[in-house]
Design a protein around this ligand. Sequence first.
Ligand SMILES: C[S@@+](CC[C@H](N)C(=O)[O-])C[C@H]1O[C@@H](n2cnc3c(N)ncnc32)[C@H](O)[C@@H]1O
Length: 291
Amino acid sequence: MYLADQWQDYQLIDAGEGEKLERWGGYVIQRPDPQAIWPRGSWPAPDACYHRSNSGGGSWQIKHPVPHAWSVGYDSPAGRLTFSLELMGFKHTGLFPEQAANWDFCIKLIQNAVRSGRFVRVLNLFAYTGAASVACAAAGAEEVVHLDASKNMNARARENLQLSGHATKNVRLISDDALKFVAREQRRGRKYDAIIMDPPAYGRGPSGELWKIESDLYSLVAQCMRLLSSQPLFFLINAYATALAPTVLGNVLDLLLCPAYGGTASAEELCLPASARRILLPCGATGRWVP
Ligand SMILES: C[S@@+](CC[C@H](N)C(=O)[O-])C[C@H]1O[C@@H](n2cnc3c(N)ncnc32)[C@H](O)[C@@H]1O
């Protein structure tokens, strides 16, 4: 299991009855979580609560004043990373706290490589608000290519780079379809030492290109193989909100990376520990390949 248990500013307080209660800096929010099938304890009233609507989506109920935007910091092995938060649609806040376990993984490998004098280039696909891009830049990557279909998400990624003091780092924010971009990078002959991807189960590119993880993931990873440098550092696939078990991600990496580069592929659930009682909340799966 990969456990995101180094947070100070964020805390999963408890979960149960299809809901989770979290502290984000100074604010407590309650959101649905289908994995939390057990009874819940007695919870204090949150500052904000997300209610699903029967017609899909949902809305936030504000119980105590919550700022339009606020931020949390994460003390990573590459120093403090700061991320902007907001009560967004689809119960999002603009950050996936469980990903901290993956940020730490990337940071440590990049720092080791940089210390040994390597020039590290990272490709981050489906990069959302850029937390992993900020982490890789903070770790010393010479170049991070951050790709997401959404211009809004890239704007938030720029804000997170600024908040974290890495606005001048070489991070290219690109709004495009992941499959299309990878094909273009192949034609350009560009190479990367590390690739990160966190695709949704279902998504659309800027021009409506359809993404379905079950049918597209394997071929995307296979296409990404041609972008890897001769000595790749790592390859990370995260999958959330899908029925794909961790082993599936491990198999994809094992089938594609190991024959070409040796090394090992591993895959685990990504979890957040609760503070109120001894439960772990599963938040998806991560596959990792290292040489
Ligand atoms: C929820 S995020 C992933 C979370 C992110 N890796 C993180 O931890 O911060 C999924 C992202 O995929 C993007 N997306 C969906 N379909 C896409 C496509 N075909 N090409 C590129 N990005 C896409 C969405 O805009 C969204 O920002």
